[in-house]
Write a protein that binds this ligand. Structure first.
Ligand code: SAM
Length: 201
């Protein structure tokens, strides 16, 4: 069984589950900059659980839970010690709790052709534009935020970063690119979005 170690966290990989890559590691690094002890955190699309595992290995949140639509990912993250629910986005999160921090490394590849067989496709397939899953996320994320909550979300120049920033503003969020890295032919960025620009948690 192959394991990956990053930022004091160790996760086992599994078939049909996204293998942590540059985007995962960039998000994990940024989360460690903005998360702190006592937070209530949810990670959507946890995959192996690497980002949540990094949080757990370095911080002491009040709550950290995760979801993934892929049953193989949910099983893998659970085996890696993550409290995970196999569900679509926030569905299955009962009684609409509010989270201080919402973390998501979504599928963002534009995929008119070239879909991958099986559940692993959910790790990559952002629809024709690359933005479909992100737009679905932005449609419901506000229900789980207080005025002080923030989002840390990955996207890429392979999708449409400006479009995502505009969509966030349409939802009355204040987005800012807080990290970026060049990876082969794409720029991977992490967007931090809050309900108010002055919030700096
Ligand atoms: C790019 S992978 C990231 C995995 C992991 N967070 C990481 O950074 O290594 C995207 C993940 O989101 C999951 N996903 C895609 N659509 C989803 C949805 N509607 N609800 C929950 N999870 C979803 C995929 O199954 C996949 O595990």
């Amino acid at each position: 069984m192959i394991e990956i170690e990053y930022q004091k966290a160790v996760v086992k990989l599994a078939d049909n589950v996204y293998e942590p890559a540059e985007d995962s590691f960039l998000l994990a690094d940024v989360v460690l900059q903005y998360a702190y002890d006592g937070m209530r955190i949810i990670e959507i699309g946890t995959g192996t659980g690497i980002v949540s595992a990094v949080i757990r290995a370095n911080l002491n949140p009040e709550l950290i839970i995760a979801t993934d639509i892929n049953p193989y990912a949910a099983r893998c993250a659970k085996a890696n010690g993550i409290d995970v629910i196999r569900t679509d986005m926030f569905e299955g999160i009962k009684r609409l709790p509010i989270f201080d921090l919402i973390v998501f490394n979504p599928p963002y590849l534009p995929t008119e052709d070239g879909k991958i067989e099986g559940w692993l496709n959910y790790a990559f397939d952002g629809g024709i534009s690359g933005n479909d899953t992100v737009e679905a996320f932005l449609g419901s994320v506000g229900d789980y935020m207080s005025d002080n909550s923030s989002i840390l979300m990955v996207t890429s120049s392979l999708a449409d970063i400006e479009y995502i920033l505009d969509k966030m503003k349409d939802k009355d969020l204040c987005p800012e690119i807080v990290a970026s890295t060049r990876y082969f032919f794409e720029d991977i960025v992490v967007i931090r979005a809050t309900k108010h620009p002055e919030i700096n948690i």
